[in-house]
Design a protein around this ligand. Structure first.
Ligand code: SAM
Length: 244
């Protein structure tokens, strides 16, 4: 199902909140932002914003085509792969890739995360007078779907150059150090325990490679040995060639 455009309507937010409240969260539209509030924890609300703050900094001063993510997906002078980001989340990695000039199709199965992301994309598209942000989000498309279902039905002529995966990493540390966002993800979407299955399907549905983002030092996904790796300070990108 494609995510609709525009500000989410009241009814949609009410429906999502019906399921969210028991998990201790609530979506609130306030100050022209769609915010995910934690009811019981003392977290600041989660908001996706591609226009200001960290996104702006990344857009203006990010590492360009020399950054590890760019190398991992195979960006070269004059070449920008089209990328399927099958675990879109907050859309940050997709935004970096779109900033570098890639067309990025994002898939997200959590209706709440997809709603936040859809709102942020529409808000950024309306801010097209601010730097290049309208053009960047114009290269990003979101579908609310389980990407495994989408991949299974993908025709050979529609395969992407690159598939990008950043599934939840099963941290067991419940106390400190786990970032607020990761805790919220865990509360909302769980551990992505089907991620190795997603990797296996992805390897049959890409033209050039599958890239899996992992924390540095983490084991590889599903015991599958990557064909090559690109490492940075805290992150490793495991790169897999297609299986057929
Ligand atoms: C760690 S987050 C991704 C963060 C993202 N890379 C970013 O830059 O913001 C993982 C996300 O993938 C989504 N996800 C995991 N498996 C999926 C699947 N099979 N289909 C669609 N979304 C999936 C989860 O719901 C979660 O929102």
């Amino acid at each position: 199902m494609a995510v609709s455009t525009g500000i989410p309507d009241k009814e949609k937010i009410q429906n999502l909140n019906a399921g969210l409240l028991e998990k201790g969260y609530q979506l609130v539209y306030e100050n022209h932002q769609l915010c995910l509030h934690s009811i019981n924890q003392n977290y600041s609300p989660l908001v996706i914003d591609f226009v200001t703050g960290k996104s702006r900094h990344r857009r203006l001063y990010g590492g360009g085509s020399n950054q590890p993510l760019a190398k991992a997906v195979g960006i070269k002078p004059g070449y920008r792969p089209n990328v399927f980001d099958l675990t879109a989340g907050l859309g940050r990695d997709a935004f970096v890739l779109a900033t570098l000039g890639c067309q990025v199709s994002m898939f997200e199965r959590s209706a709440v995360i997809a709603c936040l992301l859809d709102f942020a994309l529409n808000q950024a598209a309306r801010a097209d007078d601010i730097e290049d942000v309208g053009n960047i989000v114009g290269r990003m498309r979101l579908t609310e779907s389980d990407s495994r279902e989408f991949l299974v039905n993908l025709k050979p002529e529609d395969l992407p150059d690159v598939i990008y995966l950043d599934p939840m990493y099963p941290h067991r540390d419940k106390s400190a150090q786990v970032k607020k966002e990761m805790r919220i993800f865990r509360d909302l979407v769980g551990d992505d325990s089907d991620a190795s299955d997603l990797l296996n399907i992805s390897r049959q549905k890409t033209i050039k490679r599958v890239v899996v983002k992992r924390p540095k030092g983490a084991e590889v996904l599903g015991h599958s040995r990557p064909d090559f790796q690109v490492s940075s300070k805290n992150t490793r990108y495991d790169c897999y060639l297609p299986l057929n």
